[in-house]
Ligand binder design. Structure first.
Ligand SMILES: Cc1cc2nc3c(=O)[nH]c(=O)nc-3n(C[C@H](O)[C@H](O)[C@H](O)COP(=O)(O)OP(=O)(O)OC[C@H]3O[C@@H](n4cnc5c(N)ncnc54)[C@H](O)[C@@H]3O)c2cc1C
Length: 423
């Protein structure tokens, strides 16, 4: 009965689960598998930028998200060199979008929220402790080999979606290269209880400093915050963990005020993209398709947009409203958005946050203040996050949009004036 609509999704992270919910809502029979035994709880993304809120709205989760999240209306960039603080206020774009704010909550809470809705739908299935092994493709189906608690199993489906993170087994099995590079520095993600509100910290704050740069972001309304910062990769993991509180002294407005360290993780960061996001009946999305350093939230935010485009393109194909060509569009447009928007933006966020050259730091500060002084430019900068959503599919894209892109006529940052969020 569901022939043509059977979809297996590998990975119950945000990209996989948003895709699962959107496709199941369109009548697909969706099985999600994940090698873990439950939702991953360690500290990861927690800032939902306006473009992500639009997707949450489209899949019917925005009201629920609003009810559990902390709200953020301001982005701050702190310049310790001068003590100045750059500020962008999202109220400035209230007349341009209904999503003129950020929400803050852990991606594990999003996963819970989605699973609750997803599992109510007919044909929706979540299989934990189940790992992807290999996939074989035929003209009209895929055979997916899995490791399950009951031994190896093979399931047949019409489509397979690899949302299994940056080390994606699906991508590796397809033999698709993960082009790009890995940064030298190690990133630390720590969750703390600390009253940053009391010291006037915006819910999204970056501190630009070559040695003690950090990102400070609200996780909830109960004074749980993320402090993310860099560590030397030559230090042992034990040393990195042992000196967390010592490092905190550089980031806290009052190092003697009460603080509780709730969780800590270290990880390598990359700027990489899969050479293609589609091989026949198999798609890559989220970190499986691209990886970026998290300063600015480009990875999580892009993954949610991949999911939304796949929901529209694959949903249209399985329901007969779009030709299979829409699947090539998915692969093309999402890769373009990563390479032309997310990747350079994230590299620039990282550069500016970690900049060593004093003259450049002063220039960054001057640029930020020039942006703040220009209301229209500030509005464009805040709206530019919607460029990550990409363009809608059109049947003639190969003779229009593709030609335009190849001739360099498409501004990399699209419709909002080519201004990046960070000035
Ligand atoms: C420590 C840390 C902190 C981060 N902080 C931020 C941040 O502050 N801001 C930000 O924007 N981003 C942050 N990120 C990045 C963000 O978490 C990712 O971009 C996001 O999780 C990607 O979502 P995803 O669904 O593509 O993949 P993931 O969330 O990685 O999910 C992949 C899923 O696939 C499963 N899986 C993997 N292999 C298999 C297999 N073979 N078979 C079955 N299942 C499999 C995994 O168990 C996992 O559940 C952080 C990442 C890390 C690691």
């Amino acid at each position: 009965m569901n022939k043509g609509k059977r979809i297996v999704i590998v990975g119950a992270g945000p990209a996989g689960l948003v895709t699962a919910l959107g496709l199941a809502r369109q009548g697909a029979q969706v099985t999600v598998i994940d090698r873990e035994d439950d939702i991953l709880r360690w500290p990861r993304a927690m800032v939902y930028l306006p473009s992500t809120l639009k997707v949450l709205d489209e899949i019917g989760l925005l009201d629920k998200a609003k009810s559990v999240a902390a709200w953020g209306h301001e982005y701050n960039l702190r310049f310790p060199l001068t003590g100045n603080i750059g500020r962008l206020d999202y109220h400035l774009i209230e007349d341009l979008t209904p999503y003129s704010f950020n929400l803050h909550f852990g991606q594990d809470v999003l996963a819970e929220m989605i699973l609750e809705e997803f599992l109510k739908l007919p044909g929706a299935e979540m299989r934990w402790k189940t790992s992807f092994d290999t996939v074989e493709q035929a003209a009209d189906c895929v055979q997916v080999s899995l490791h399950t608690p009951n031994g190896p199993r093979t399931i047949e489906a019409d489509w397979l979606i690899g949302t299994d993170g940056a080390r994606s087994s699906v991508r590796k099995d397809l033999g698709v290269e993960f082009e790009g590079f890995t940064w030298e520095d190690i990133f630390m993600a720590t969750n703390v209880l600390y009253d940053f509100d009391k010291y006037g910290y915006a819910p999204s704050t970056m501190v630009a400093d070559p040695d003690h740069w950090c990102v400070i972001a609200k996780i909830d309304d109960k004074q749980q915050w993320r402090i993310a910062y860099g560590e030397d990769s030559r230090l042992s993991e034990e040393t990195r963990m042992a000196r967390i509180k010592e490092r905190f002294k550089h980031f806290l407005p009052d190092p003697d005020a009460p603080l509780e360290l709730l969780a800590a993780n270290s990880y390598r960061v990359h700027q990489r993209s899969a050479a293609t996001y589609r091989v026949g009946r198999v798609f890559l999305a989220g970190d499986a398709a691209h990886a970026t350093n998290p300063i600015g939230g480009m990875g999580f935010t892009s993954g949610v947009q991949d999911a939304n485009t796949l929901i529209k393109c694959l949903g249209g194909v399985i329901n007969g409203t779009l030709a299979e060509d829409a699947l090539d569009w998915y692969a093309y447009e999402r890769r373009r958005c990563f390479l032309e928007i997310a990747n350079p933006t994230a590299i620039e966020f990282k550069r500016r946050t970690q900049e060593r050259d004093t003259a450049k730091r002063m220039e960054d500060e001057a640029n930020m203040f020039a942006l703040m002084a220009d209301r229209e430019m500030s509005r464009q900068a805040m709206m530019s996050i919607f460029n990550l959503s990409g363009r809608d599919y059109r049947e003639d894209w190969k003779t229009t949009l593709l030609v335009q892109d190849q001739s360099g006529q498409t501004p990399a940052l699209g419709a909002h004036g080519g201004v990046k969020l960070e000035a």
